[in-house]
Design a binder for this molecule. Structure first.
Ligand SMILES: [Zn+2]
Length: 168
C-alpha cells in the first residue's frame, strides 16, 4: 500500500524534473545569440536539434487526446480493480492472522478507513495522470496507471500467496 504512495511521490518528482527541463527551452529565444560557451562545446546545438526533432519521434510525446478517453477509462478501471484486489487480499490476509506489512493493523482493521485509503490511492493516481496529461506527457500519463495497476495486482497476488501460519 505505502509503495503505491511512494510511487506517486516518485512520479511527482519526475514531473518536477520534466518541468525543470522544459523551462530553459521555453524561456530561451531561439534567435538570440548563444550564451558564452566553452570552446568546442557542441552540446547545446545538439540538444536543440534533438528538441526540434522531438515531437514526432519522442516516445514520451504522443498525440493530444481527451483526458477521459477510452484508453484512460480502461487504465483507471485497472487501477481501481488493482486497489480493490489489494483491499480484498489484505483483509483476507488479516483474517488468516497475518500482519499487514505496510499499514498498521489498526488502520487495516478499520474497514471504512482502509477502503477510503484505497479510494484515495486510486484518486491520487488519476490526479498524477492528469498532471502528466496537462503537461503533455501522455505516455507517462498511461504508464502511471499501468504501473500502479500492476503493482497493486502484484501485491494482491503476494498477499494471497502468503502461507497461513499453522501453530503446531
Ligand atoms: Zn494525455
Amino acid at each position: 500500500m505505502w509503495r503505491a504512495i511512494a510511487c506517486a511521490f516518485l512520479l511527482l518528482a519526475a514531473i518536477s524534473a520534466a518541468q525543470a527541463q522544459q523551462q530553459p527551452a521555453d524561456g530561451r529565444d531561439p534567435n538570440a545569440p548563444a550564451a558564452p560557451q566553452a570552446i568546442g562545446s557542441a552540446a547545446p546545438a545538439d540538444q536543440k536539434k534533438t528538441a526540434e526533432a522531438g515531437p514526432p519521434s519522442d516516445p514520451f510525446v504522443t498525440k493530444e487526446h481527451r483526458f477521459w478517453d477510452r484508453e484512460n477509462d480502461w487504465l483507471f478501471a485497472g487501477v481501481g480493480a488493482g486497489r480493490a484486489l489489494d483491499y480484498a487480499s489484505t483483509l483476507n490476509l488479516r483474517r488468516r492472522g497475518i500482519d499487514e506489512v505496510f499499514l498498521t493493523n489498526s488502520i487495516v482493521d478499520n474497514h471504512p478507513l482502509f477502503a477510503g485509503i484505497e479510494v484515495a490511492a486510486t484518486a491520487a493516481s488519476v490526479g498524477v495522470s492528469y498532471i502528466f496529461h496537462r503537461t503533455g506527457h501522455h505516455r507517462l500519463e498511461r504508464w502511471t496507471s499501468a504501473i500502479h495497476a500492476g503493482v497493486a495486482v502484484g501485491g494482491a497476488l503476494r498477499n494471497y500467496a502468503l502461507k497461513t501460519p499453522h501453530p503446531n
